[in-house]
Design a protein around this ligand. Structure first.
Ligand SMILES: Cc1cc2nc3c(=O)[nH]c(=O)nc-3n(C[C@H](O)[C@H](O)[C@H](O)COP(=O)(O)O)c2cc1C
Length: 413
């Protein structure tokens, strides 16, 4: 039995050591789907609706999952003495696996203290961790927790000639973030019906009676809330005034953040940021080509996990066309729907260099609290190695030449 106690080395105030008994964890949560199932009962109902829901009636999420499930890999046998490693190099830095943590605004709602737990798990496992503009810890805190794997995601904050966005970039650079990710796929705020129905998404967080009852029915989540306090937009706080309350920071953020970067604005960030720059939310090969022609090093193929509008194509279905356009000139990243190591290998086989996941990590937090993200990473790595072994690929590079059947593949005119 592998019984590991991992005290947080440079923890934030209130961090609790993460104790992981991996054999017992595998029995309780043999897949990420099991963690999702448990998270549904383990966190308050309004929290689960926030972390699990998508745009409209969740059709975009369903399409993402179905599109990945439909990708078949044809095995070659008699060639596999042992399971291959899955380590990967991205932008000149080595990572343990082609899975990273996507930027998210809500880990601290999924599980109070969730941002720090994600950062620690990524550092421990050596996989990329992307802190979001509206994440729950500051860039500087994230750099302490995840110094070797930190990426930073920026939303558009255009007021005063992008003063705030540019300052966040300065802070990311000073803190040693390795990669800057510009998210371009939120030109508008759309309705996520499950969020709206539980009273989230508009204005400051004001728990009503049903929410309070929900919280009382989730004692472990509530205890984490007591330890870590209410979720906050930590990076933005510095700009909202020295004495700004949590609600004022939320209001300030809503006033300043919005719209999608234009190509001219992207060019300005390209000039400013000296490290690798990634555009997140690309779904058209021509946009990928345009970005690469501007000197962007990474193309993040994504439909925002089905959270924008339901008619966006699944990222996996546009991936081959985008890879055909730019894979020899840029790092191709894919997210939206990744729920297993097998999904990761499907994406690699169709042209991605690496994948990221959002909801899978939130389900991990929701099911297991601080120990969740580490278990998600362990499962994904184990499943990815098994998938390579099964199809007879000795490496991720070899998986790229696997024979596949991909019924949803987009053909662009
Ligand atoms: C609760 C939640 C909050 C998110 N917040 C952000 C964000 O602040 N910035 C961003 O670029 N993407 C955000 N995303 C999108 C993720 O980065 C990622 O693209 C998406 O979750 C991938 O799909 P998956 O959830 O199916 O893995 C968010 C996703 C979720 C689930």
């Amino acid at each position: 039995m592998d019984d590991r106690t991992e005290a947080a080395k440079e923890g934030l105030a209130g961090a609790v050591p993460v104790r992981r008994n991996t054999t017992a964890l595998h029995r309780r949560f043999p897949t990420i789907a099991h963690m999702r199932q448990h998270a549904r009962r383990h966190v308050p109902h309004f929290v689960f609706e926030y972390m699990d829901g998508g745009a409209g009636a969740d059709v975009g999420i369903a399409h993402n999952w179905a599109a990945l499930d439909a990708v078949e890999l044809v095995p070659r046998y008699g060639v596999m003495p042992s399971l291959p490693p899955v380590d990967v190099e991205l932008f000149g830095r080595k990572y343990a696996a082609p899975i990273g943590i996507a930027p998210m605004g809500g880990p601290a709602l999924a599980w109070p203290g969730g941002d720090a737990a994600l950062a620690r798990a990524a550092q421990r496992a050596r996989v990329p961790y992307t802190l979001g503009t509206v994440g729950g810890i500051t860039i500087e805190e994230a750099a302490k927790l995840a110094p070797d794997v930190l990426w930073f995601q920026l939303y558009r904050l255009a007021r005063n000639d992008h003063a705030l966005g540019m300052d966040l970039v300065r802070r990311a650079e000073a803190a040693g973030a390795h990669v800057l990710v510009l998210t371009i796929d939120v030109p508008v705020r759309t309705t996520r019906s499950r969020e709206a129905a539980v009273g989230l998404g508009r204005g400051p967080f004001r728990p009503d009676l049903p929410m309070l009852i929900d919280m009382l029915c989730s004692p472990a989540w509530l205890a984490a809330l007591m330890r870590h306090g209410r979720p906050k937009f930590s990076n933005i706080k510095a700009y909202a005034g020295p004495n700004a309350s949590g609600d004022e920071v939320i209001r300030f953020t809503r006033e300043h953040l919005g719209g999608a970067f234009t190509w001219d604005e992207i060019a300005r960030f390209r000039d400013r940021w000296r490290g690798p720059l990634v555009l997140k939310g690309i779904l058209h090969p021509q946009d990928a080509g345009k970005a690469v022609a501007m000197g962007i090093e990474g193309i993040w193929v994504s439909n925002h996990g089905g959270r924008q509008i339901e008619a966006l194509p699944p990222a996996i279905d546009v991936l081959p066309a985008i890879a055909a356009e730019v894979a020899s000139r840029a790092v191709i990243i894919m997210d939206s729907g990744i729920r297993s190591g097998l999904d990761v290998i499907r994406a690699i086989a169709l042209g991605a260099h690496a994948t990221f996941a959002g909801k899978a990590f939130l389900w991990g937090l929701g099911a297991l609290g601080e120990a969740g993200p580490g278990h998600v990473i362990d499962l994904v790595i184990e499943e990815a190695r098994a998938a390579l072994g099964q199809i007879g690929a000795h490496s991720l590079a070899q998986a790229r030449s696997a024979v596949t059947r991909h019924p949803g593949a987009f053909v662009f005119p």
